[in-house]
Design a protein around this ligand. Structure first.
Ligand SMILES: [Zn+2]
Length: 57
């Protein structure tokens, strides 16, 4: 059992910045995944990096 890296309240309000759709954890819960865009947003030290890939370094 992997513990959720984010509080449920935060998890529930998070949305994909591209399509505003829901995101869900990947298998290891190290990232949030938008199934529509096929983009994953990494979770770094408990903070989800909700940036489109072309805005990341
Ligand atoms: Zn999306």
């Amino acid at each position: 059992m992997t513990q959720d890296p984010l509080p449920l309240e935060l998890y529930e309000i998070l949305a994909c910045p591209m399509c505003k759709g829901d995101v869900s954890y990947n298998k290891d819960k190290t990232a949030l995944l938008c199934k529509k865009c096929k983009i994953d947003y990494p979770i770094k030290e408990g903070i989800p990096i909700m940036l489109p890939p072309d805005m990341r370094e």
